[in-house]
Design a binder for this molecule. Structure first.
Ligand SMILES: [Zn+2]
Length: 114
C-alpha cells in the first residue's frame, strides 16, 4: 500500500514563538503483514503494517499516524518568511565568544611564571 498526504498545519515557531503554517508532505509505502515474523522479509523501502486476518484497518488513522511521523521536530518560519527569532540568532552570532579562546594566553603566562 502506498500513498501521499499533504496538509498544512498551524504550529508554534520555536524561534519567535509566533504561529507558523507548516506544510506536511507525507509519503508512505507500507507492506501489510499478518505476523510480526513476516516483517523481516519485507522488501527495502517498505514499512511494516501489522494487520491481523479479518481485522479492519482505519485508513484515516493510518494517514493520521503518517502525518504525525512527518511533523517537524522543531517547527520554524521558512528562511523566506519574517521571523522575529532570526534577529536574536544574528545578534547572538556576532556576540558569541569561544569558551576557551583565552586559554592559550593563560597557559603561556603560567609557563612564564614557572
Ligand atoms: Zn518564527
Amino acid at each position: 500500500m502506498e500513498g501521499r498526504a499533504v496538509v498544512e498545519v498551524d504550529m508554534t515557531c520555536q524561534r519567535c514563538l509566533e504561529a507558523v503554517t507548516v506544510r506536511i508532505d507525507a509519503e508512505f509505502r507500507l507492506g501489510l503483514v499478518e505476523a510480526e515474523q513476516s516483517m523481516v522479509g519485507l522488501p527495502d523501502g517498505l514499512d511494516p503494517l501489522l494487520v491481523r486476518r479479518y481485522d479492519t484497518c482505519s485508513l484515516a488513522r493510518l494517514i493520521e499516524d503518517e502525518l504525525i511521523l512527518a511533523l517537524p521536530i522543531v517547527p520554524k518560519h521558512d528562511e523566506t518568511e519574517a521571523c522575529a527569532g532570526k534577529k536574536f540568532i544574528a545578534d547572538g552570532a556576532t556576540r558569541t565568544r569561544r569558551a576557551f579562546s583565552g586559554l592559550g594566553a593563560l597557559w603561556a603566562r603560567a609557563k612564564d611564571q614557572e
